[in-house]
Design a protein around this ligand. Structure first.
Ligand code: FEO
Length: 402
């Protein structure tokens, strides 16, 4: 998309990435894409804020050139060092060797090690002011661990635009519209912001809340993150969502159940249907994921936001079905703790999944009462018990919220 003026003298010059399959080499985005939002402030001095992934160098240079000659940039402002935002830096340094790179102090060591850039770099301090002239004054705000330790945000005082980098961003390439008020798929971007938050940022809830608290003193008209929509109609909406999501790390999550299942020959799957019926009959929403075919990226947002976790998987070689172990280990990695859980699954002769489930549920500080192994194929009587199992579990989830 051509450059778009966000406010007088402030331009979005970002690029879409519909090529990368796995963000950070882990998280699927081949269907959704992602945008690398970058911005040029065209004051008396020219500043570029945030960049893009390495293979987008040529495209980004063309975007910049619509507003200013890249060779004549005065400042390159690095809010965050992760290479989705800095990959083009070495190319840019060749094109604009005179441009001073401004970043948080902790970024300097990263610049040296990631890109071997040590000259023409200056660390900026928290709340430091930089006048660009032409009605633009920038102020830098250190927001460590949203997402890496060197992360900062940049605020244009006169335009009242906050360039927030990862914070308030999301997956999803831009589809002809960059602003929230122009977008006709708000649910898509909101869900992809949640997926981005849980996949990328959620390990740092306290830094997120600290950053939001710190921003309270700023008069913000527009939130311009480095991924996804620019929030000019409802900037408070995305801030409130981030605050709510960060709070899930401490508070019980929403009433609702994530049902994770895996099955070898369809026997545990039969029970999945019965248990889900029980949960639904108690009036709770239940989202069902086959862990054999669903990437953790899509499951984690549900685990993260819902109080109840049902795990249905068979015993495999004396332990819990390995694809389920993988999924639960990812939940452990993302510290999705303090949930209510239960286990059910089929076994052939000795069982054993129970032991693995119990160990990982305890490690996750999940509360669980029901751990139910049944032999072989569930009989009609057993399926009726499965409905009761689901209903009982839903009742416990609801009671947790009472
Ligand atoms: Fe968008 Fe932490 O990178």
């Amino acid at each position: 998309m051509p450059a778009i003026e966000v406010k007088p003298g402030v331009f979005w010059i970002g690029v879409n990435d519909r090529t990368t399959d796995l963000f950070e080499g882990i998280w699927p985005i081949s269907r959704e894409g992602v945008s690398y939002n970058a911005y040029v402030i065209n004051g008396e001095k020219k500043a570029l804020i945030d960049l893009a992934k390495d293979f987008k160098a040529d495209e980004l240079l063309s975007q910049i050139a619509q507003i200013a000659d890249p060779a004549h940039l005065d400042y390159i402002i690095i809010n965050h060092m992760e290479p989705d935002h800095t990959g083009v830096l070495r190319t840019l340094r060749r094109v604009a060797p005179q441009a001073e790179i401004l970043a948080a102090k902790k970024a300097l060591d990263m610049l040296a090690h990631y890109y071997h850039i040590t000259e023409g770099v200056r660390a900026v301090a928290d709340r430091e002011i930089l006048s660009l002239g032409g009605g633009h004054t920038l102020q830098f705000h250190m927001t460590p661990f949203v997402h890496w330790p060197e992360t900062m945000m940049t605020y244009d005082v006169e335009s009242r635009i906050l360039f927030s980098c990862d914070a308030f961003g999301g997956y999803g390439s831009l589809q002809g519209a960059i602003f929230d008020d122009q977008c006709n798929r708000p649910d898509f971007y909101e869900q992809e912001a949640l997926r981005y938050y849980v996949n990328i940022v959620s390990l740092f809830p306290k830094p997120v809340l600290r950053a939001i608290d710190k921003l309270q003193g700023l008069d913000i008209d527009i939130i311009a993150p480095s991924h996804g929509l620019i929030w000019r109609e409802r900037p408070e909406h995305i801030v409130n969502l981030y605050a709510k999501w960060a709070s899930y790390a401490e508070e019980p999550a929403d009433p609702g159940v994530t049902l994770l299942y895996g099955t070898m020959y369809g026997l545990t799957e039969l029970m999945v249907e019965a248990v889900a019926e029980g949960v639904a009959s108690a009036g709770l929403p239940v989202e069902i994921f086959d862990v054999r075919h669903t990437h953790a990226s899509y499951v984690l947002p549900y685990l993260y936001t819902r109080r109840g976790v049902l795990v249905g998987a068979p015993t495999y070689e004396g332990g819990l079905f390995p694809p389920m172990m993988d999924m639960l280990h990812m939940a452990e990695h993302k510290r999705i703790q303090n949930r209510r859980a239960a286990y059910f699954g089929s076994y052939g002769w000795s069982g054993g999944a129970r032991r693995d489930f119990t160990a990982i549920a305890e490690a996750l500080k999940w509360t669980f009462d029901d751990v139910w192994e049944f032999k072989g194929a569930p009989s009609p009587q057993l399926l009726r018990e499965g409905v009761s199992f689901g209903r009982r579990f839903a009742g416990a989830v609801l009671a947790d919220r009472a």
